[in-house]
Write a protein that binds this ligand. Structure first.
Ligand code: ADP
Ligand code: MG
Length: 292
């Protein structure tokens, strides 16, 4: 195996089960299985253990995984899932991650149908914090979507804390090759990725615009009734979406303005993560807003 970890002192070269008792399955990805892990040294420590079967990976996948690990080690933020340890043993690569018990943002949106403006702001501000940190560290996430944002807990003080997870598509800004590869998830992908016009961190702000739109109304801005990707891509490239009635009737003008600034087709004119925090909607006082 060559995931670039063989000579890495951070990587443990033995079976993760010597350190963790593995439990129930938390989720599954394309090549990874994520299970609960309880530390054998300290039973109060619980982690998410992501097990990747390296045998099943192509050379490209191996490179993507290598990049995922490099990226996660480069970032450190309250709103980003922390990578605690890596194990490389036999044909498995294991990432021991901070455990998020609160489930995916996606499921909470579905549960509530949509978020009120205050709740949306609380969630959105954390995403912008996380992405701002990535960008400051030279990392573009490129796969921002509600499935890759996890709530830290379902109750208690961390019940509203969101963490960015899954850096599978993330790329380091210095990595020119990776940055010219079109990828992402259909509804969230930015126009400049689709037109292959070379793109940087602005693509994450577009995806944040899609997520903010969904938070506020419960449905995506770019969709096709038959799930036809080509039709969705056409809408994205033209930046064609609506604030449809009645869903958007009660949403504030400021919120719509921020969505508009994020869903701006020209990446050079799109709002940046620093500017988002200066936007009036981010500074809105809910109590004052009630009297508008
Ligand atoms: P992939 O890169 O294959 O998409 P992910 O890292 O997204 O894999 O993990 C797959 C699923 O496992 C996630 O959608 C989530 O439900 C669960 N999961 C991943 N990381 C964690 C974590 N830190 N805490 C709890 N569940 C997690
Ligand atoms: Mg994923």
């Amino acid at each position: 195996m060559n995931v670039g970890v063989e000579k890495d002192p951070f990587v443990r070269k033995y079976d993760v089960r010597q350190d963790y008792k593995l439990g129930r399955v938390l989720g599954k990805g394309s090549f990874a299985k994520v299970v609960l892990g309880t530390s054998l040294r300290d039973g109060s420590i619980e982690r998410a253990v992501k097990i990747i079967d390296v045998k099943a990976l192509s050379q490209n996948d191996v490179e993507a995984l290598d990049l995922e690990i490099k990226t996660m080690r480069r970032v450190s933020h309250h709103n980003i899932v922390c990578l605690h340890e890596i194990y490389s043993f036999e044909s498995s690569l294991v990432m021991v991650l901070e455990l998020c018990k609160g489930g995916e943002l996606f499921d909470r949106i579905v549960e509530k149908s949509h978020y009120g403006e205050h709740e949306a702001r609380v969630a959105f501000a954390q995403m912008v914090e996380a992405i701002g940190h990535c960008h400051a560290k030279g990392v573009v996430h490129r796969d921002l979507k509600p499935e890759n944002l996890l709530y830290a807990d379902f109750q208690g003080p961390e019940a509203e804390t969101l963490k960015l997870a899954d850096f599978g598509l993330a790329s380091l800004l210095s990595d020119r090759n990776a940055l010219s590869t079109a990828c992402g998830t259909p509804g969230y992908v930015s126009p400049e990725i689709l037109t292959k016009r070379g793109y940087g961190k602005e693509c994450d702000l577009w995806s944040l615009g899609v997520i903010l739109y969904i938070l506020l109304c419960g449905y995506p801005p770019f969709f096709d009734e038959n799930n036809n990707n080509a039709a969705i891509f056409k809408l994205i490239k033209a930046g064609t979406y609506e604030f449809g009635s009645p869903y958007w009737d009660s949403v504030s003008q400021q919120a719509k303005d921020l969505v508009t600034r994020l869903l701006t087709v020209d990446p050079a004119k799109r709002i940046s993560s620093d500017q988002v925090f200066e936007h009036p909607w981010m500074k809105t006082d809910e109590v004052a807003n009630l009297h508008l």
